[in-house]
Design a protein around this ligand. Structure first.
Ligand code: NAD
Length: 372
């Protein structure tokens, strides 16, 4: 079995090439991620050239192990712009109708799906059928049934399915996980995850049940779910949830504005979380154990992430999350490394099972048992 140390030693990190808070030396980063690995480069095509796709493309410029070589888009003008900016050859450009032909393109290893949530299922399955590794943004799909089908399709095609959980490679996050594993916080009793922002434009796809699959829970609440699992270090066995809505015009039927939810863990630890599209300044994780506490605030934004514990501030390097994530994913795909917290399809599926249960609990006002 690979240890965390093995993983960090094996995978290449290009954080050396990215902008850093000045007081962190490359030695500190080397300590975290190990020495540079000259392994094969993952040649990636991005599907969906929107705001997050753009961020990933920029971050990949600093990656040592992942390179943007192709695009899949429905907007020819964007394709032209990206071709010019990233030097992408015409033969590596596809649209949503013809991208199955990527099967015949030996110059692309993986497709990173960065489109609205409800499209992920069909697009990832098509990527798998084309014989390419699939990297998929969160939420992996809009329910557990779809998630399972995506896992099955990737297994059948013998390709990897990875989910864009960038926080799984974030140094402050990893330090708290280390402290919890090493017993420095004692027996974990409680987690709080507050995740939200005020959403703007009412016409955007994030407020369409059809494209988003839900509301804030699909988009931002998923960070609290995923965080509760990696912070507590257990899988929840029950969920309760309460939904509130102040704006029935903006947040239509099936699009949740605010959901509070609670998770129960086998050890007896509990989590209390908030997911919302109507409050700013909510990006905080708090973990309480019998011997100490750990806090991330902000906890899941693009950074810098800040952390403190009962012992003081967490002193770790700040990284560009997407650069490190892409380096790590290249190593997972090519070297078979295993990250401290998985980013595979099964990990994405667990969050989807919890989301299904949260929606059911909010609707029925019942405690819903979970089996992950
Ligand atoms: P966006 O609206 O900025 O971009 C979406 C892209 O998909 C656009 O280029 C759009 O043209 C394209 N698209 C293709 N088919 C479409 C359709 N039928 N309707 C609407 N757009 C269509 O959205 P985004 O913020 O880039 O989010 C995309 C995905 O990335 C989502 O799943 C989101 O949850 C995820 N995301 C993840 C993070 C993260 O930190 N991991 C951050 C932001 C977004």
């Amino acid at each position: 079995m690979n240890t965390r140390r093995d993983f960090l030693r094996k995978f290449t990190v290009s954080a050396f090439a990215i902008p850093l808070i000045p007081n962190y030396s490359s030695t500190a980063l080397e300590e975290l991620y190990g020495s540079i690995n000259e392994g094969p480069v993952l040649r990636v095509a991005i599907m969906g050239l929107g705001s997050y796709g753009t961020r990933v493309a920029e971050a990949m410029q600093s990656s040592k192990r992942a390179k943007l070589v192709g695009v899949i888009s429905g907007t020819p003008s964007k394709v032209k712009d990206w071709q010019a900016k990233y030097n992408i050859p015409e033969k590596n450009c596809y649209n949503y109708e013809n991208f199955d032909r990527i099967k015949d393109n030996p110059d692309i290893d993986a497709v990173y799906v960065i489109t609205p949530n409800s499209l992920h299922h069909d697009q990832v399955i098509r990527v798998a059928k084309a014989g390419k590794h699939a990297i998929c943004e969160k939420p992996m799909a809009i329910n557990a049934k779809e998630g399972q089908e995506m896992i099955d399709a990737c297994k059948q095609a013998n390709v990897k399915l990875l989910v864009g959980y960038r926080m799984h490679f974030e140094p402050h996050t990893l330090e708290i996980i280390r402290m919890r594993k090493d017993g420095e916080l004692g027996k974990i009793m409680f987690f709080q995850g507050l995740c939200g922002f005020r959403i703007g434009d009412p016409t955007q796809w994030r407020l369409s049940k059809e494209l988003a699959g839900g509301g804030s829970m699909m988009d931002i609440g998923i960070y609290a779910i995923n965080g509760a699992r990696y912070m507590v270090g257990e899988e929840p066995i029950w969920v309760t949830a309460q939904e509130t809505k102040t704006d029935h015009v903006k947040f239509k039927e099936g699009v949740d504005e605010t959901i509070q939810f609670q998770l129960g863990f086998p050890s007896g630890a509990v989590a209390s979380c908030l997911s919302t599209y109507s409050m700013n300044y909510l990006d905080r994780f708090f973990l309480n154990g019998e011997r100490g506490f750990a806090e991330l605030n902000p906890s899941t934004g693009y950074g810098p992430i800040k952390g403190r514990t009962n012992k003081g501030e967490i002193d770790k390097p700040h990284t560009v999350h997407q650069t490190v994530q892409m380096d790590a994913m290249a190593s997972i795909i090519f070297d078979g490394t295993e990250p401290v917290v998985p980013v595979n399809g099964e990990e994405g599926l667990k969050d989807l099972k919890i989301i299904d249960a949260i929606y059911l609990a909010a609707k029925t006002n019942q405690k819903v048992p979970l089996k992950l």
